[in-house]
Design a protein around this ligand. Sequence first.
Ligand SMILES: Cc1cc2nc3c(=O)[nH]c(=O)nc-3n(C[C@H](O)[C@H](O)[C@H](O)COP(=O)(O)OP(=O)(O)OC[C@H]3O[C@@H](n4cnc5c(N)ncnc54)[C@H](O)[C@@H]3O)c2cc1C
Length: 261
Amino acid sequence: MSVYKLKILSNIQVSDRYWHMVVDASEIKEKITPGQFFNLKCAEMSFPFLRRPFSIYRINEDSKTIEFLYLVKGAGTVHLTYMQAGNYLDVFGPLGVGFELEEEWDTILLLARGVGIATLAALAQEASKKNVKCVAILSARSNNDLLATETLQGFGAEVYKVTEEDGTSDVEHVEKLIETIFQKHSIKAGFTCGSKRLSRLMQKVTTKKQIPGQIALEEHMGCAMGVCYACVCDLQHEDYVESVRVCKEGPVFDLKKVVLS
Ligand SMILES: Cc1cc2nc3c(=O)[nH]c(=O)nc-3n(C[C@H](O)[C@H](O)[C@H](O)COP(=O)(O)OP(=O)(O)OC[C@H]3O[C@@H](n4cnc5c(N)ncnc54)[C@H](O)[C@@H]3O)c2cc1C
């Protein structure tokens, strides 16, 4: 991983709360894997001091660009919206361990909530390249927040949307939906990001169906390079619990091992 100053090609508001940024990544020589992230300096001045972590939303090898989809939350993301095409974005990465996607998995299930959709979109992109079919359940507060639907459909994913707005996002409803999907498809692995309660559901489902599961965790990060231990989570092994750093050993982990308290 390195620090790069990447030229912003566009940075536009795509809904009430979400923005989409495209940057020129031609300088980046490392391979970027879905699930990995960059730590972005959100402003040219020294405030906000800490960088903020963002998953790679799309990796475009042909145009040598990468994309971020971000939800405006606090100081960092507000400042990120001030960046304009032609400005240079200071990025540190690519960081962390990404998803593992086996070509022999003919169909996989993605379960994403909120900004977790940004993280799983890059996986859907990779899956389409490997001819792995994706079935995706996208969960959000409102339909307006389900931005990546068309992106995922563009990668050939079969997309199901659940929202508070439609009264369809509760765990019981999503569990029934997953059952229907399993009756229709031979799902070989499950992936999740963005919600503890949906991740617990995916943990339950993948355990019951005896298929592999992976989770991308989003924890508060300080340094994002394994030094500060601000982003520790627990993994349950057979007879002991191991504390690991989300930024270094993750953010993608074996779903069955992650302690989702
Ligand atoms: C590996 C990783 C990948 C991520 N990918 C994306 C992405 O693709 N798109 C996206 O929009 N966001 C993503 N996030 C979350 C993003 O980093 C935070 O939303 C961002 O740091 C908020 O910064 P801020 O200064 O705007 O808000 P802050 O002022 O820092 O925080 C605003 C609110 O958000 C909460 N918050 C801040 N950071 C986190 C966090 N990491 N996890 C949970 N709650 C948090 C704070 O407690 C506070 O309530 C990712 C986080 C991680 C760890």
